[in-house]
Write a protein that binds this ligand. Structure first.
Ligand SMILES: [Zn+2]
Length: 452
């Protein structure tokens, strides 16, 4: 009896990761991600899967980012009732991210209905906050490096992938085959997360290729933010830092705390974290000590130096303060959230700063600010950008091409077959060329089924 994998997402794109493994009448889904970005991709979220959700026996998640977990509420609502195995960190982050995703889906549908922008009357959310809360009951955390059986006779083990809290590579053994799913791989030199563990031996590997055609700059986040923020403090301005709630926010907070300790930034420079999701996520770093590099002293320094902003009233009150300050707020690409209000207040003054902390996807406001546009549309008006714009080059949470190659070629013996997933076509092709000397490399297509 053969083992097959069907690529239901994360093939030719960085979103929608879903890999269906079938053997002996059983079906296991590794990752259950949403398609995001271009409309053509997002429409796939509305198409039925080629397998009935009720016919899937179990799900295993590599990590909590929505492009890996965000389809789960829909799968559950459509009839899937089996267990969803993940690490404890992934469970905790899904409990923050999935209900928020449901809430955003409801808001989007309400917006379309209010402005009659949909050909569907009424437009419905892909799923609701309630669907997401319901799906959380299916999550079953499992410890690191401990083999468990998601289905009788199938074995799975999690090893640390170093990408975000809870992020795992998944080794699946079924019918004598060993299949390794890299998940999103972190960087060995990350400021916050510990390095990915060396991969266990496997016959076939699905490896991510997000940065398959790029190499990270040699500078660190510490180098990148020290000079701009000291400039800002000296001229008494306000830095607005759009952040992603998980990972990027904590990296920047940790970097600022370290720079203050080393005297590279004034210790009195006030720092505010104005994002309820980021506040919740930051507290999780206390619970998952083994996965990141922050010891008790570093966690305390970060907590001492940061004012957590909870309510909308507290957020508005920040505008009444005087003197230099740093405000971290979501969303990271300034597509929505409280950061819009801070931009509206501060972007027009040349003493202030907009510090962009990550990749800004094409078409977003963040990308236009990064490109140096002098005005952007925001909250219904044209806003002049006079603040200094700084973009961090070094804050990616993904391994670059060389780091992926090193991770993969660290595997002994070499795998018989490598599938490149989770990358745009250009990145995937460049990485394929780079790896071809080492092993047999394939780029699977969306919807393709491969027998192992
Ligand atoms: Zn990810």
């Amino acid at each position: 009896m053969s083992v097959s994998i069907t690529f239901l997402g994360g093939a030719g794109t960085v979103t929608g990761s879903k890999y269906l493994v079938r053997h002996g009448g059983k079906a296991l889904l590794v990752d259950c991600g949403l398609f995001q970005g271009y409309k053509l991709l997002r429409e796939r979220n509305w198409q039925p899967l080629p397998v009935a959700p009720a016919a899937i026996d179990a799900v295993v998640l590599t990590h909590a980012h929505l492009d890996h977990s965000g389809y789960l509420p829909l799968l559950a609502r459509a009839g899937f009732g089996g267990p969803v195995f993940c690490t404890a960190g992934t469970r905790d982050l899904c409990a923050i991210l999935l209900p928020d995703s449901g809430h955003l889906q409801e808001e989007d549908a309400a917006y379309l209905n209010r402005h009659r922008l949909s050909r569907h009357q009424p437009a419905l959310p892909l799923y609701t906050r309630q669907d997401a809360l319901h799906s959380l009951h299916l999550l079953q955390p499992r410890p690191w490096q401990r083999t468990f059986e998601p289905l009788p006779g199938w074995q799975v083990r999690f090893s640390r992938a170093g990408h975000i809290l809870g992020a795992a590579s998944v080794l699946l053994q079924v019918d004598g085959r060993r299949i390794l799913f890299s998940g999103d791989l972190g960087r060995p030199d990350d400021l916050l997360m510990r390095a990915p563990e060396p991969p266990p031996p496997a016959d076939a590997v699905l490896v991510e290729s997000t940065y398959g055609d790029r190499s990270h700059p040699a500078s660190s986040v510490l180098d990148d933010i020290a000079a701009p923020l000291s400039r800002l403090a000296a001229r008494g301005g306000v830095a607005v830092v759009p952040v992603f709630a998980i990972g990027r926010a904590q990296t920047v907070l940790h970097a600022i705390a370290q720079l203050k300790q080393h005297g590279a930034l004034p210790s009195a420079l006030p720092v505010f974290l104005d994002s309820p999701m980021a506040v919740q996520a930051t507290q999780l770093y206390q619970d998952h000590r083994g996965e990141h590099r922050l010891d008790s002293a570093a966690l305390q320094a970060m907590a001492r130096g940061t004012t957590l902003v909870h309510s909308v009233e507290e957020s508005k009150a920040l505008a009444r303060l005087h003197g230099p300050r740093v405000i971290l707020s979501a969303s990271g690409m300034t597509t929505g959230g409280r950061v819009l209000h801070h931009l509206a207040l501060y972007a027009g003054d040349h003493r202030n700063m907009i510090l962009l902390t990550g990749h800004q996807a094409g078409g977003t406001r963040g990308a236009r600010i990064a490109a140096g546009e002098k005005t952007i549309k925001l909250l219904g008006r044209e806003l002049a950008i006079r603040a200094e714009v700084v973009q961090l080059a070094s804050a990616s949470a993904h391994a670059d091409a060389q780091q992926i190659e090193q991770w993969l070629t660290g595997m002994q013996p070499r795998p018989g077959q490598v599938f490149l997933v989770h990358g745009e076509p250009q990145a995937t092709q460049v990485l394929q060329a780079r790896l071809t000397g080492h092993c047999k490399v394939r780029i699977p297509e969306y919807g393709e089924t491969v027998a192992l």
